[in-house]
Design a protein around this ligand. Structure first.
Ligand code: TXA
Ligand code: MG
Length: 361
């Protein structure tokens, strides 16, 4: 199959392909999604094939108006209604009781369904024009970082899907927050674009998060466990080279970076660094201009520590960029877990598979 590369003015053509049961990758504010008609199990099956995704990992259904929820769920509890009204369109996914019309390919056999309304003009117009609920996971090969640019999608899925709509870079850059809204208290299954603090300010109920990789829990659960969000048990977001995280305060991390810098200059190891502007400035002053020449180490600058949103927005692009370099080991700076920092650290921890940098590595 030859993948069509479509521009935003060609949404009608993309919508037609969706109606015919084909797969179309499209931009959202979080990451690019790989869409199929959510009510057509054959079309949904193609998603799993194209991504190499395990069939027990359910999909998110994308809608363009709140009223479309009714056909997908048996009940919209008051808590869910409130969250939807407050944060849709936006990077929030609600897990709700599934209606029998939702194919089991979408829910992976669970009795719940995940739904969100993306805040992106192309995504919304595509869903409206197709007149369908659109099932869409992130448009990457399973295990790869989620795509935040159209060329990331082509790299992973070229000629495996019918079309890609190029809508430029995604503004949030990290996937939606997944909230289980089936019970009396909301539970964050995956932190994302809508932060813990934003949700807490909207709910009087106690808010908890079971996001793995945080607060001393493991990043990847054993595969025989059945976690509440099935996607969490799989390796994610990983670049090809092993990734290690720096720990400690920023000052402590900078000290470690300076030692790494010395080691690289002596040994010529091909180490990649994913670090903030602030850290970059300090260590580049101390090096013999080797960094400025972009030789070794291979550096992806993450943005300023003062603006974690920027760092989150560039994370997956940076992780993918390391794959195009010679780096055979990557070391990443870590950040506070407030605001979007929680989602950022969740993705970094998963990409690192819990590996922490120490000098013996
Ligand atoms: O921002 C996003 O959410 C992007 C864009 C394309 O919308 N989509 C996305 O989809 O990240 P995906 O398939 O990569 O991640 C969906 C997550 C998985 O962790 C999955 O296990 C969880 O949502 N999920 C889906 N249905 C669920 C359900 N019924 N109960 C619990 N978790 C569910
Ligand atoms: Mg994904």
């Amino acid at each position: 199959m030859k993948t069509k590369h479509l521009q935003p003015h060609q949404i009608a053509e993309a919508a037609q392909l969706l109606k015919q049961g084909q797969l179309v990758a499209f931009p959202t504010e979080t990451v690019y999604g790989l869409g199929a008609n959510a009510l057509d199990s054959q079309a949904v099956n193609k998603i799993f094939q194209a991504k190499g995704r395990p069939s027990d990992n359910p999909l998110i259904i994308h809608i363009a108006q709140i009223e479309d929820l009714a056909q997908l769920t048996t009940d919209v509890p008051p808590l869910a209604q409130r969250l939807a009204e407050k944060f849709w369109p936006g990077p929030l996914t609600l897990v709700l009781p599934a209606a029998p019309t939702v194919p089991r390919e979408v829910t992976a056999g669970l009795n719940t369904v995940a739904v969100r309304m993306p805040n992106h003009p192309i995504a919304l117009e595509l869903i409206k024009t197709a007149g369908l609920p659109v099932a869409a996971p992130s448009a990457n090969r399973s295990g790869k970082p989620s795509p935040t640019r159209a060329h990331h999608v082509s790299k992973d899925l070229e000629n495996k899907i019918a079309a890609i709509i190029d809508g430029g870079p995604c503004s949030v850059g990290i996937e939606s927050t997944v909230v289980d809204a089936t019970g009396p208290e909301p539970i964050i299954l995956r932190p994302g674009g809508i932060t813990f603090e934003m949700l807490e300010a909207t709910t009087s109920e106690r808010l908890t998060t079971i996001a793995p990789g945080l607060h001393g829990t493991r990043a990847n659960l054993e595969t025989d466990e059945t976690p509440r969000s099935p996607g969490m048990k799989y390796t994610h977001y990983a670049p090809q080279a092993p990734l290690y995280l720096l720990t400690g305060t920023w000052e402590e991390q900078v000290k470690k970076l300076e030692k790494i810098q010395e080691r690289i200059e002596k040994s010529k190891e091909k180490i990649g660094l994913f670090i903030s502007e602030e850290s970059f400035r300090i260590i580049s002053k101390k090096s013999n201009h080797r960094i400025e020449k972009g030789a070794i180490p291979v550096i992806q600058r993450a943005g300023s520590r003062e603006n974690l949103k920027d760092i989150a927005a560039g994370l997956f692009d940076a992780l993918r960029a390391f794959d195009e370099t010679e780096a055979n080991l990557i070391i990443a700076e870590t950040y506070p877990t407030h605001g979007i920092g929680l989602a950022l650290m969740n993705r970094l921890t998963k990409a690192a598979g819990d590996r922490i940098w120490n000098e013996d590595n």
